[in-house]
Design a protein around this ligand. Structure first.
Ligand SMILES: Cc1cc2nc3c(=O)[nH]c(=O)nc-3n(C[C@H](O)[C@H](O)[C@H](O)COP(=O)(O)OP(=O)(O)OC[C@H]3O[C@@H](n4cnc5c(N)ncnc54)[C@H](O)[C@@H]3O)c2cc1C
Length: 421
C-alpha cells in the first residue's frame, strides 16, 4: 500500500486492520476455498435448481462469518455504540482496496455472483451490522442486534422495487398502521443478500400525501423474513452467472411491530442516502484494488509471455496500455484519498463521493478490458479471473446509484455552488 496522502491518524489503523484481515483470510478462508474448489468453480454444482448456494458452501460461508465476528473483523466498520469496532468511515475504502488487490476478483467484494467464501469477512450496510442500527430502538437492539453482530443472522437493505430504482419517488410499497403494528404490502427487487437474509430493512410509504408531494412520507422497518406473507423470489441470474446473492421478495400483509421502525416516522430518506453513500465509497475502494490486481497480473504476464521472439512487455502498444492503467489508478486513488480526508473531517462530501464511485468503477472496467487484451485468449478464460473482474466492474455501474445518477448528483452539487476541487 502506498500511503502518501492518507490522513496520518488513519494510516496505522489501516495497516493494522489489513494485517489482521489478510492473516485471517490466509489461515481461515483460503484452506476452505481449496477444500471446496471443485464446487466453487463449477456453477452447476455451486447453485441448486432454486438458485441457492449448495448447502456445504452456505455452511462454510456462515462459519467464516461467525469466525470473523469472533475475531473482531466482521463488525469492525460498524459504530461502537451498536457493538461494532467503530473504525472511521474513511478507513473502509482502503481496506477494500488492499484486500481486492491481494486476492483479486469475486472474493472480498459484494459477491453478487461469484460466490467465493471470503465474502462474509466484512459486514456492510447491505448485509450485517452497520450504521443502520444507530437508528434502531431498544427492541431491535435487544432482540436482533446481538445475533447480527455474531454473524448468526443477516439483514438486507431493501429500497429498490420492480418499478423504482434510480427514482425513489416511484416506490409503491406501503405500510399501514394497525394498533401497535404496521401492515406492509409491496415487493422489492434487486436486493443484495435478500435470498439469504433473516431480516429485511424495508423502505415503505407511510404517508401517501407527503410522499406524493416529495416531502418525506417514507419509513424504514425491520421485517422478519420468516413472517407470514413474506415470500422470497428465486435469486437473480446476473451477467452470465447461473445465480447470485441478489433477489426480490413480496410482502403480502406482513405485520411488523411499531418498535421495529428504524429511524423516525417518515424519515427514511436520510437513512437510505447514508447507507448508499457508504456503499459508494466501499465500491470505489474495492474497484481501485481490483484494477491494481489487473495491472499486477498484466505486468507479470507481459514479462513472461513471448511473441515474435520477445516478451510482450517489449511491445509498445501493450506498454502504453499498462501505462494508461497506472495513470488512471493513480488519479482515482487520489480522488478517493481526498474524499476520505473530507469524511475523516466529519463532512459528507456528496460531490466527491459520487466522483469517487463513478471514476473508480469506470476506470476499473477499462483496466480489465486492457488486462484481458494483454492476456490474449487466456484473458477470456475463467481460469485467470480477469473476465470475472470485467463482469464485476460492469455490474458495479448499476447499484448504489448508476453512473448517470452519480453524474446527475455531481452536476446538481455544482449548480448549488459546490465547485471547489
Ligand atoms: C448487483 C446489484 C445489487 C443491488 N443491490 C441493491 C440493494 O442491496 N438494495 C437496493 O435497494 N437496491 C439494490 N440494487 C438496485 C440498484 O440500486 C438499482 O438497480 C439502481 O439504482 C438502478 O435502478 P433501476 O435498475 O431501476 O434502473 P432505472 O432507474 O430504471 O434506470 C435505467 C437507466 O436509466 C438511467 N437513468 C435513470 N434516471 C436517469 C436520469 N435522471 N438521468 C439520466 N439517466 C437516468 C439509469 O442510469 C439507467 O441507465 C442492486 C442492483 C444490482 C444490479
Amino acid at each position: 500500500m502506498t500511503d502518501v496522502g492518507i490522513p496520518e491518524e488513519l494510516k496505522d489503523i489501516i495497516k493494522g486492520s489489513i494485517a489482521g484481515l489478510t492473516g485471517f483470510v490466509d489461515s481461515d478462508v483460503l484452506p476452505l476455498e481449496a477444500k471446496y474448489k471443485e464446487i466453487l468453480h463449477d456453477e452447476r454444482k455451486l447453485f441448486g435448481e432454486d438458485g441457492l448456494l449448495a448447502p456445504e458452501i452456505r455452511e462454510a460461508r456462515d462459519g467464516i462469518r461467525q469466525k470473523s465476528a469472533q475475531a473482531g473483523f466482521y463488525a469492525m466498520m460498524a459504530p461502537e455504540s451498536v457493538g461494532g469496532g467503530g473504525l472511521p468511515w474513511a478507513v473502509g475504502p482502503f481496506l477494500l482496496e488492499a484486500l481486492n488487490r491481494k486476492y483479486g476478483p469475486g472474493r472480498i467484494f459484494i459477491s453478487w455472483a461469484a460466490s467465493f467464501l471470503s465474502t462474509p469477512l466484512l459486514a456492510s450496510f447491505v448485509d450485517g451490522p452497520s450504521h443502520l442500527f444507530l437508528q434502531a430502538g431498544p427492541a431491535i437492539r435487544d432482540e436482533v442486534l446481538p445475533e447480527v453482530l455474531e454473524g448468526k443472522k443477516t439483514v438486507c437493505f431493501a429500497v429498490t422495487e420492480p418499478g423504482a430504482g434510480s427514482d425513489l419517488w416511484g416506490l409503491k410499497t406501503k405500510a399501514k398502521r394497525d394498533g401497535d403494528e404496521w401492515v406492509v404490502n409491496g415487493s422489492k427487487q434487486w436486493i443484495t443478500n435478500a435470498p439469504y437474509c433473516d431480516y429485511a430493512a424495508v423502505f415503505a410509504i407511510t404517508d401517501g400525501e407527503a410522499f406524493a408531494a416529495h416531502k418525506g412520507g417514507l419509513t424504514c422497518f425491520l421485517l422478519d423474513a420468516k413472517a407470514p406473507g413474506f415470500t422470497k423470489d428465486r435469486p437473480e441470474r446476473i451477467i452470465g452467472h447461473l445465480s447470485s446473492d441478489c433477489g426480490g421478495f413480496t410482502m403480502d400483509d406482513v405485520r411488523v411491530r411499531n418498535d421495529y421502525m428504524i429511524g423516525t416516522l417518515g424519515g427514511a430518506f436520510q437513512i437510505a442516502m447514508f447507507g448508499i453513500s457508504e456503499g459508494r465509497m466501499g465500491m470505489a475502494g474495492a474497484c481501485l484494488g481490483l484494477a491494481q490486481w489487473a495491472l499486477d497480473r498484466s505486468l507479470e504476464y507481459a514479462k513472461e509471455r513471448k511473441t515474435f521472439g520477445v516478451p510482450l512487455a517489449e511491445h509498445e502498444a501493450l506498454q502504453f496500455m499498462m501505462a494508461d492503467m497506472a495513470m488512471e489508478i493513480f488519479a482515482t486513488k487520489y480522488a478517493i484519498i481526498q474524499t476520505a480526508k473530507m469524511l475523516d473531517a466529519g463532512e459528507i462530501p456528496v460531490k466527491e463521493i459520487c466522483i469517487s464511485k463513478a471514476l473508480s468503477i469506470e476506470m476499473c472496467q477499462r483496466a480489465y478490458d486492457k488486462a484481458i487484451q494483454i492476456h490474449g485468449g487466456m484473458g477470456l478464460s475463467s481460469e485467470l479471473m480477469l473476465e470475472e473482474g470485467f463482469r464485476i466492474a460492469r455490474t458495479a455501474r448499476i447499484p448504489d446509484g448508476t453512473s448517470e445518477i452519480q453524474r446527475r448528483t455531481i452536476f446538481r452539487q455544482l449548480l448549488r455552488g459546490d465547485t471547489a476541487f
